[in-house]
Ligand binder design. Sequence first.
Ligand code: GDP
Length: 197
Amino acid sequence: ISFNSARFLTSAARLDQCPPDEGVEIAFAGRSNSGKSSAINTLTANSKLARTSKTPGRTRLINFFSLNRPGARLVDLPGYGYAKVTRELKEEWQEHLEDYLLHRQSLQGMVLITDIRRSIGEFDRMMLDWCEHNQLPLTLLATKADKLKSGQAKRALNTMRGELAGHGCVQNVILFSAMKKTGLDQTRKVLADWLDE
Ligand code: GDP
């Protein structure tokens, strides 16, 4: 499978607007500004792919990207914690997100994006608990690794691994940098394996 072939497929605000629930898909989640769009763009070698989610009004949408194998998709979930929305909107979109997570049969795995300089947040815990509960494999990308010196990055990664030790759903914790392309091959391998299952 080639991730470089990823193309924007469609956006959905609700579960009934998602593409047919067939084939296999991998979802990307993370708080706003964690580096989720940059990670998706790096993995797909397409600097513009996930930018759509940044334009006003699309931040709450679930964005689907098709790959070169029919029925294989990447899914950009709405970033959590976007400041400029009201509480009602936040609740509404959290409901749609939950709806997706609960009912999507084609979902094969979750990539959780976290900034390596920050500890696991409330939203990250929610996603971890959810994956744990639903036995969905999760890979954590500790991104922006280039912001730290190599020793610091390794320590931060170990701290994260420690924090996640109780979660059986966590398959990998990968040091990542969109800027330096750190962890790129390893992450692509994980995604390819999930899509082949
Ligand atoms: P999103 O809101 O989670 O989609 O985050 P973005 O991908 O838009 O990234 C948020 C900010 O972090 C932007 O200013 C990016 O340029 C920056 N950023 C993202 N990934 C990296 C990285 O690996 N290294 C560095 N140095 N900056 C990054």
